[in-house]
Design a binder for this molecule. Structure first.
Ligand code: BGC
Length: 438
């Protein structure tokens, strides 16, 4: 199916207030079903950790696996909500690690950690308990175990699904002769972001990732986690990794379905495919291609082949540059072997704006939905910690999300307040480690 004109496209990507309110109601239902262990598009995974107090102290080694880069960092928690600037190194995750053998993943983690230790003059013979952020859905039975449910975001390492990731990492260190390096805690990146958010902002109610993928964690009363009545923690709360990336009760159009068909994990992660950076470039490119097919562009414009699809980073720059001639976009397309007129470029920019603003609107809707699950009338102020390249870097995105939240809640600005939680997923691993052992 092709779209006849821009107005038709606009109506495909426009989300009405009514739709947003329906999404919120559906999301609340799905949260309850997930917590009760019933069939739901939200996994609602107990994280076996509770919110930090902000007083935890100590120096920890943290590793963060699950985005574009693998990060190794050393983090010092100072108490009173203060954290010194982490020392961090990035290691690029190659496609052969992302889709390779289990042993290769283990060796990649060991090599990167040893490289970090060498650079930062940390003796690898020390007894260390690492905080491990692993940004995929895991079934946990305690803070030191995480059984991978499925891969997402184009990762597909063999023989890991259904196994404990802590075993994978500890055996890799053991096999390389470092039996004293252990994992102290394993956590999802949203749990890390929540914990860093709460450590520094006592009224933080939600940790969100909006980057390559998207997801969120919040703190739930143990009595509401009906599927695991035997849970015990030091407080009466436990963090829940929602896995909202899988939410599916929202309107999807035929472009969303086409993105799904092209993805590694067909039929899954529908919300993520409409919102996160990994998919926004494909989505925009598919719309552009349907406009090329129906001659909405000048005769110069060509179909974008898959290896020439826009990336979210490119589009973010397209949105950022507002010169009349859209020179940057012209050069980006020249690099892809395509000539354009100014009118072509204006249309491409408009398409990207529609795709990115729908993403921001969807994200805002689920933020409001999560916060209002336990505070339906918004009786208190909420702070939301967000980490991830899309939120942090995409031009105008932060403002759009906050504006949509303010519109939806019809409250004074600041009732639900967002802040960039830099390094939340990595630093959070150090905090979770500290909470687990305090
Ligand atoms: C994963 C989540 C993760 C999110 C953000 C999703 O694909 O399923 O576990 O939190 O990406 O990294």
């Amino acid at each position: 199916m092709t779209v006849q004109n821009y107005l038709e496209l606009e109506s495909l990507f426009n989300i009405s207030l009514r739709t947003q309110l329906e999404m919120i109601a559906n999301f609340h239902e799905e949260m309850k079903r997930g917590l009760a262990g019933k069939k739901s598009s939200l996994k609602m995974l107990p994280a076996f950790i509770w919110p930090p107090s902000g007083e935890e102290q100590g120096e920890y080694l943290a590793i963060d696996f699950g985005g574009t880069n693998f990060r190794v960092m050393s983090v010092k928690l100072l108490g009173q909500g203060k954290i010194s600037k982490p020392i961090a190194h990035n290691y690029k995750i190659s496609t052969s690690v992302m889709r390779g053998a289990r042993e290769d993943l283990g060796n990649f983690i060991v090599d990167s950690v040893l490289d970090f230790m060498q650079k930062e003059k940390i003796d690898p013979q020390f007894r260390v308990k690492i905080g491990l952020t692993f940004s995929f859905p895991m079934k946990q039975l305690d803070i030191r175990s995480g059984i991978l449910i499925n891969w997402t975001k184009d990762f597909a390492v063999a023989d890991v699904v259904g196994t404990d990731v802590v075993d994978l990492v500890e055996s890799a260190f053991f096999d390389n002769g470092f039996h004293q390096i252990k994992v102290g805690a394993i956590l999802n990146d949203t749990v890390g972001t929540f914990c860093k958010g709460r450590y520094t902002h006592p009224n933080c109610s939600l940790g969100v990732i909006a980057g390559t993928g998207t997801n969120a964690s919040y703190s739930e009363k143990i009595s509401n986690i009906k599927k695991s009545p035997q849970l015990s923690t030091k407080t009466d709360e436990m963090l829940i990794n929602i896995e909202w990336c899988g939410f599916n009760l929202f309107p999807r159009n035929h472009y969303d379905r086409a993105v799904d068909k092209l993805s590694q994990n067909k039929g899954e992660q529908f919300f993520e495919k409409a919102v996160s950076a990994l998919y926004l470039g494909t989505l925009t490119s598919l719309v552009v291609n349907s406009f090329v097919a129906t001659n909405k562009f000048s005769h110069h414009m060509k179909i974008l082949e898959k290896d020439k699809f826009f990336t979210a980073e490119e589009l973010s720059l397209v949105l950022a540059y507002s010169d009349k001639n859209l020179h940057w976009l012209r050069m980006t397309l020249v690099d892809k072997g395509i000539q354009t007129t100014q009118a072509d470029r204006i249309l491409i920019k408009k398409i990207a704006e529609l795709v990115f603003s729908r993403s921001a609107k969807f994200l805002a809707t689920l933020i409001v939905a999560t916060v209002t699950k336990n505070d339906p009338e918004l009786k208190r102020r909420h702070t939301v910690a967000i980490d991830g390249s899309l939120y942090e870097k995409a031009h105008g995105y932060k403002g759009m999300v906050q504006m949509e939240i303010d519109l939806l809640t019809l409250r004074k600005e600041g009732e639900i307040n967002l802040f960039v939680c830099k390094d939340g997923s990595g630093v959070g691993a150090a905090i979770v480690n500290a909470v687990a052992f305090s």
